[in-house]
Write a protein that binds this ligand. Sequence first.
Ligand code: GLU
Length: 491
Amino acid sequence: MSEVRVRFPPSPTGYLHIGGARTAIYNWLFARKHGGKLVLRIEDTDAERSTQESIQGIIDGLTWLGIDWDEGPYFQTAHAAEHVAAANRLLAESKAYKCFCTKEELEAKREAALAAKADYKYDRTCRCLTPEESAAKEAAGMPFVIRFKVPDRPGTVAFDDKVYGVVERAYADIEDFVIVRSNGAPLYLLSNVVDDIRDRITHIIRGQDGLTNTPRQILLYEALGAQLATYAHMPLTLDLNRAKISKRSHGEIVAVQFYRDHGFLPWALANFLVLLGWSSGDDREIFSREELIAAFSLEGINRANSVFNYRPGDPKFFTDPKALNINAHYLRTMPVEEIGGLVAEELKKEGLWDPAYDGERRGWYLATVDLIRSRFHTLKDFATLGRAYFADEFEVEPQAVEKNLRKNAELKTWLSQLADRFAALPAFTGEETERVAREMAAELNVKPGLLINAARTVVTGRVAGPSMFEVLAAMGRDRVVARLRDVEKFY
Ligand code: GLU
């Protein structure tokens, strides 16, 4: 195989969407696996909708995800003259023709077809013009578009898609499509092919929505005398209602930026996105960058559409639970020094950072991050759900108060007694606090869990969390005793 060259060609009309990011990642994996090149091409031909802000957002999003490209960004508009030249070449070689039919004429034909319940397809009126007739119309100043002459042959345009297998379309079903508008602007379908040929793209890995363009694009490749690329179309990503995920219906949840702002680790998001439409053949879900490059293949892309499992309004899971679980996995398993650095950024943003965490309290800080990370799903959780470890003002879950404190008014007294016993301990360790709590529960003839859960609520504000005696040790005696003594405020 000659050098693999793939491309990611976003249209810069909005933020980097998770669907677009997935396309970029698949192309990147394929390039890296085969020692090839990834070309970033900005398809900015829609002047009205393309923005500089969007271009920057795409570049920032890819960079954040760790997707690096080898060439570009190239800009499609910079090559407009080349696209028109290709159309002119097709005209000169009689592979395209000028069409002078007016909008009104075409509309009337379309309506007639509709009335006859027939499929509308341009009837090729201008394909039959003689060169003289055509020249005369042009000389008379009649506006025209350039249409591609679909070969008049039986059979089908067929290609072997790496995901969907052989895909065919009868020549007879393909309209003589427009390649240049009456204002001289090339159409996207043509520009895209001309750019792919110039950029020597060997594999076109794109969304299934591109599939309708492929037969026409193959005809353009052939007419331009270029060697065809290999195609691999990826399944769509749908929501639980089987609707395509989009900004309009799902809002910011489909933007890469959203995950960055909500405490995702870039590789965790990339890992999740890859699984939306690809599998290794077994049930494996967690892959390091190198493992994924080794495991990835176009054959592993599923044909079935993937489902983005997200229920708007579910407060527990603000995005697909699988994305959160994968993120949690990476949070839990990455080297503690590394996550310590990322958590530090979050704490700084929230005003919870103490410079001593980089100095004399480094050991405490890392041990605490290590302890609490086992329950967290995002980096944000350290400053929100974990706030009680870093500050004295923190929110207490109302259901924790209800369940673990208010049900038993005596806990008010018991927790202050527990505080006194903790204060008197020679050493404030996990073992010691456990011993004291269990002893006290036995004396009171209550379940130790009653005291433990109540203590958890006032000390951490949470219903659940890591082992309570480790938590107490991490919190330190002063904080624990003060919070236990303050229990009255809940009654
Ligand atoms: N610019 C197109 C898009 O963003 C890319 C289509 C293609 O990959 O050929 O949908």
